[in-house]
Design a protein around this ligand. Structure first.
Ligand code: HEM
Length: 536
């Protein structure tokens, strides 16, 4: 028997406990020796070994945005925190974040995260947009996406598609008597935005609104075949599972994922789910490509995002933005990953922000009155009037309200960057590969940028006060600024307009509050309303 095993067998239980205690003490001593002798120390909350500052985040119910605001008050506009042993530097003033938000192609701050083996394994580190760490493929994918999403051929019809999905939801709410009975509006918005996104990306009906409506056992069920509902249900559930997997792969330690039976099973389940999802998407993309290639008149095809991405940079390009320098079209895999990115980044953000917007408008009757007056002036008083692209551009106060809600209650309170090379920010040395958090929530209420920062005042966003916008990173900034921002604003304006021109939503009780939980974004999980019809 090897000596090491023999020695081990001589150990009593208490010997093992003693060894464990000695190793733990040595680990703690080493942790604090390194901590107190760290280079370039910044102020920040005191970390514990192994967990860093995670326990302090828990005191804020995991809400990293609120915790950031608390730290900012205590330590100033630049501070450091720890997740385990890894340092994170926070920046909470526009000038401090300026370099990170630079739009330069050579920016040192291209990467959103540190190297992430998990996303690499899933194939996201070199394809798609959100988690892509390869500058060349990221730039190409992002350009193609932006080309499609901002082209006139898409931006105009999308307005109609959004309205038709809202009309469907409106019908369900009235059918269920929610104009008189209280209901949780936050249950409906993720479905509204999922169905909208499916309609605008691949001309498919996701049926999530219909499924929720049917779950209330109405006298008359939604008019979709069980087969169609079941098929899309499976697909939407797979997408939701994929979203959960992104958090799992990011936050579960590798040792648990790869070395425990639970972790191995979960990892396999998530990887299989992604393979299935990609398989379905590739099939849809191939069908679209076949259809587009077999017609001489691509211009007559419905210009949904998948179709636009499938033909971008081909002779049938509908965006009319083909450049003189020949670039290849997107591959099926790239289109599939772009679709996954759009759903990852575009559903939760918009659907949760809309809950906050509705809540704040209800809470501020004067703002509601002025918003309504703008809606009546621009759209007229006939609720059947379809909102047009031109109408949307005139809804300045509506846009200001959306921005002001987002300033005070950002759906994404934090974004991050990791520099390639060492740098200096405001005299403070930053090491290449470190992680930096930009506190969107902190910048948006910084007293140096905003007079009366806590006051809800949409007027500050009206044209005459335009200069404030540089201090407003609602959609992030620089190279990786949100490429869906124009579409997101279109969605918000249409939904706000469609609700307040015709309805007068009421809180279930005067002290009803919108309830939130932080899950990588601020998720509104409860907003109890009555969807009252407008009477004035
Ligand atoms: C109100 C709604 C939305 C908000 C508040 C929002 C906010 C953001 C923010 C803060 C970022 C990070 C930017 C940065 O790091 O500088 C981002 C990135 C992104 N967003 Fe949005 N977003 C919204 C809607 C959308 C929609 C509707 C889409 C797609 C249709 C979308 C697609 C993306 C993508 C693909 C990225 C990654 C960009 C990159 O890495 O290059 N977002 N968004």
């Amino acid at each position: 028997m090897p000596t090491i095993i023999k020695t081990f067998l001589l150990f009593s239980f208490w010997d093992a406990v003693n060894v464990f205690c000695i190793i733990s003490i040595l680990y703690v001593v080493k942790f604090y020796v390194l901590y107190f002798n760290r280079t370039n120390p910044l102020p920040g909350p005191f970390p514990l070994p192994l967990v860093g500052n995670l326990f302090q985040i828990l005191l804020f119910a995991g809400d990293i945005g609120k915790w950031g605001l608390h730290c900012q008050e205590k330590y100033g506009d630049i501070w450091e925190t720890y997740v385990g042993n890894a340092k994170i530097i926070w920046l909470a003033r526009a000038d401090l974040a300026e370099k990170l938000m630079s739009p330069s192609r050579d920016s040192n701050y291209f990467h959103r995260t540190r190297e992430n083996h998990e996303y690499e394994m899933l194939g996201f580190s070199s394809s798609g947009i959100v988690f892509n760490r390869n500058r060349t493929t990221w730039a190409f994918n992002r350009k193609m996406f932006a080309q499609a999403v901002t082209s006139g051929v898409f931006t105009k019809p999308v307005i109609e598609w959004i309205q038709s999905v809202f009309v469907e939801m409106e019908g369900y709410l009235l059918e269920l008597g929610f104009d008189e009975k209280e209901f949780n509006f936050a249950d409906w918005t993720p479905r509204l935005f999922t169905d909208m996104l499916f309609a605008m990306t691949m001309n498919k009906y996701a049926c999530t609104l219909a499924t929720l409506y049917n779950s209330h056992n109405p006298p008359k069920f939604a008019p979709y075949s069980e087969e169609a509902v079941a098929e899309s249900d499976t697909f939407v559930k797979a997408l939701q599972k994929h979203l959960r997997s992104l958090k799992y792969f990011r936050f579960t330690p590798e040792i648990i994922r790869n070395k425990t039976p639970f972790g191995r099973k979960k990892t396999k389940e998530y990887v299989d789910n992604l393979i299935w999802l990609r398989g379905v998407l590739i099939k849809v993309i191939r069908e679209i490509k076949e259809k587009t290639m077999n017609t001489d008149e691509p211009i007559n095809l419905r210009p949904d995002l998948m179709t636009l991405l499938a033909v971008v940079n081909t002779p049938k390009d509908m965006t009319k933005k083909v450049e003189s320098i020949a670039e290849p079209p997107l591959t099926d895999e790239e289109i599939g990953n772009c679709f996954i990115d759009i759903t990852t980044a575009g559903i939760d953000t918009s659907s949760n922000l809309i809950c906050s917007i509705i809540y704040w408008i209800i809470k501020y009757p004067k703002v509601k009155k002025r918003l309504r007056s703008e809606l009546d002036t621009v759209l007229g008083t006939d609720p059947a009037h379809l909102i047009s692209y031109e109408d949307l551009n005139k809804l300045e106060y509506t846009e200001a309200v959306i921005q002001e809600v987002s300033r005070l209650h950002p759906v994404t309170p934090v974004t991050s960057r990791s520099p390639d090379k060492d740098d200096v920010i405001s005299g403070y040395p930053i090491q290449g590969g470190e992680l930096l958090f930009v506190s969107i929530a902190g910048i948006q209420v910084h007293p140096e940028h905003w007079p009366n920062p806590k006051e809800f005042n949409p007027d500050r966003f009206l044209k005459e006060n335009n200069s404030m916008k540089s201090k407003f990173p609602m959609f992030g900034g620089g190279l990786r600024v949100c490429p869906g921002r124009q579409l997101a604003m279109t969605e918000m304006k249409i939904i706000v307009a469609m609700i307040f021109r015709k309805y007068d939503p009421e809180l279930a009780t005067p002290d009803t509050k919108a309830k939130y939980k932080y899950e990588a974004i601020n998720r509104c999980y409860e907003l109890m309303l009555k969807f009252k019809k407008r009477v004035d």
